[in-house]
Design a protein around this ligand. Sequence first.
Ligand code: FE
Length: 199
Amino acid sequence: MTETTAPALNAETIVGFLAEVIGRRGAESYLGETVTMAEHMLQAAYLAEEMDGSDEMVAAALLHDIGHYTGEFPEDALDQGIDNCHEEAGAAVVERFFPPVVTDCVRHHVAAKRYLCATDPAYHDRLSAASVHSLGLQGGPMDAEEAAAFRAQPHLDEILQVRRWDEAAKIPGRKTPPLDHYLPVLQRVVAAWGQERTS
Ligand code: FE
């Protein structure tokens, strides 16, 4: 039985595939925010670039929300009170082609919000209204035990950094480079990880 019509994904095709998906669906609204999905992703990547982030960090910032495109949930899922677990869906997509630091930033970007809300009072005050709303659906701030466990993440610093870029990447009308600007970055990260994995 043929289950999918999607093209076979490999290290040569994954970046083009991601570009096609983001290009086709990027104009959708970003769950209750005042920027589109593509604007949000590009602003996050641009923040990483402005801070001289590594290729891996730029890739992580750009792709942190890619899981929104892999599920079957409607765009207004959060309005309906459903947490669509986009972080796990996104991590499952990227871990096939990207290094663990990128996957971890994707997988844990929601938990990072819950962690930062528990450990940094100033962070909570910076959340958008939509982000405060989804925080409730996502379990609210971590308790002390959860926060202690989260602190043991091997890529904690990178995960928290991507989360802060995520929160800052919601400025209506902010100019960024286009998606095409970031595709060579993604390709470099995929190629480097492919070599490292097979060497
Ligand atoms: Fe986001």
